[in-house]
Design a protein around this ligand. Structure first.
Ligand code: TXA
Ligand code: MG
Length: 331
């Protein structure tokens, strides 16, 4: 494995490696992705091996021009309403942390889509991701660059620690900005359905295309679609969840670490084993720090972590979804 910078010549090197069929981890605005040419079957198989990910969990294909969308999605299968929704969403929210599920073209390898009739497509806004995709094959399949079920990486060091020599290159673009994965929206049939809450707020989507269904399986349900597995995004340290605002009143137990959303004035924060997602109670800032702080707390050798839910507005639901899944491993 070789670490690369975001300098021009390093990106050219990484792009050439992608063309040759290598695995390249790269920063996006949400989390780091583990990238491979979406049309190269043998390297796609390596993604699943490297992550220990079951083959039934399909990948997101990343693009960096709108025209490339039609190499993956089948335009002839779009009805008028879907075409209109797609046009509005792609114009207003792409590039950005939104993944759209559409009927796929038959040329798209089954390995990328777990043999579904649909494909997940995302146009990331991170300039490094865009450049890498454009300089390589134009369509890069990339799950989050973590071991299956574990915390998503928001820094190159997280990728190195979890995947190490299973990847060929890691591009270090610093800490990611959004901090939670993209929102996954299914446009492939009927009423649009959110399958995963993430970096694009529901309110933003509904303001553009009207009401959407939300069918993110709760951690206690059976998954409704691949990837909605109940134990996910989990630190190795057991995690216990409590309601927003409850943490302030609970005394620290020995060996306990804490993840505050925010905290009331005067509450003692033990700096060595507590983190505050947002001092000002701002959900967007909290999302950006979520995985980063969980990685930090997880490295401290604590007995357990007590985490507080975020308020349910904006990116708060995306944060809470990840916290619930992290906690469900511990139950
Ligand atoms: O922000 C992100 O989306 C990051 C960065 C790297 O772009 N990627 C990411 O990928 O989170 P991954 O593989 O960790 O999550 C992809 C999710 C999974 O829950 C998967 O089941 C779902 O998208 N998915 C992919 N294709 C699908 C399809 N055709 N139908 C339904 N769900 C699909
Ligand atoms: Mg993931």
């Amino acid at each position: 494995m070789e670490m690369l910078s975001t300098a021009e010549n390093d990106l050219e090197k990484a792009a050439a490696a992608l063309v040759k069929g290598c695995l390249v981890a790269f920063p996006t605005e949400t989390v780091y992705g583990l990238g491979a040419d979406a049309f190269n079957r043998s390297v796609l198989a390596r993604i699943f091996e490297a992550k220990g990910r079951p083959r039934f969990d399909p990948l997101i294909i990343h693009i960096a021009t709108l025209e490339t969308l039609w190499k993956i999605a089948d335009e002839s299968l779009l009805d008028r309403t879907t075409a209109e929704r797609l046009s509005i969403l792609s114009e207003r929210l792409w590039p950005g942390p939104l993944t759209l599920i559409l009927q796929k073209r038959k040329e798209v390898p089954d390995l990328a889509t777990s043999a579904l009739a649909t494909a997940a497509i995302r146009f990331p806004s991170h300039p490094v991701a865009q450049k890498l995709i454009r300089l390589s094959t134009g369509a890069i399949a990339a799950p989050s660059a973590n071991l299956f079920g574990r915390l998503s990486p928001t820094r190159a060091s997280h990728v190195k620690a979890q995947l190490g020599d299973k990847v060929d290159y890691i591009i270090d673009g610093g800490k990611t900005q959004v901090g939670v994965e993209s929102t996954v929206l299914d446009l492939s049939h009927g009423v649009p359905r959110v399958l995963r809450q993430g970096g694009t707020e529901l309110e933003k989507i509904e303001a553009l295309i009207g009401p959407v269904e939300v069918s993110c399986a709760s951690p206690s349900d059976a998954p409704l679609s691949p990837g909605q597995l109940k134990s996910h995004y989990a630190p190795r340290t057991p995690l216990i969840l409590c309601k927003n605002g409850e943490l302030d009143a609970i005394p620290y137990a020995p060996g306990e670490g804490r993840l505050y959303f925010s905290h009331s004035e005067g509450v003692e924060i033990i700096a060595e084993r507590a983190r505050v997602l947002s001092e000002t109670g701002y959900v967007t800032e909290a999302a950006a720090n979520l995985f980063d702080y969980l990685h930090e707390l997880d490295s401290l050798g604590l007995e357990f972590i007590r985490a507080e839910e975020a308020p349910g507005c904006g990116l708060g639901e995306a944060i809470n979804d990840r916290l619930r899944r992290a906690a469900s491993k511990s139950m």
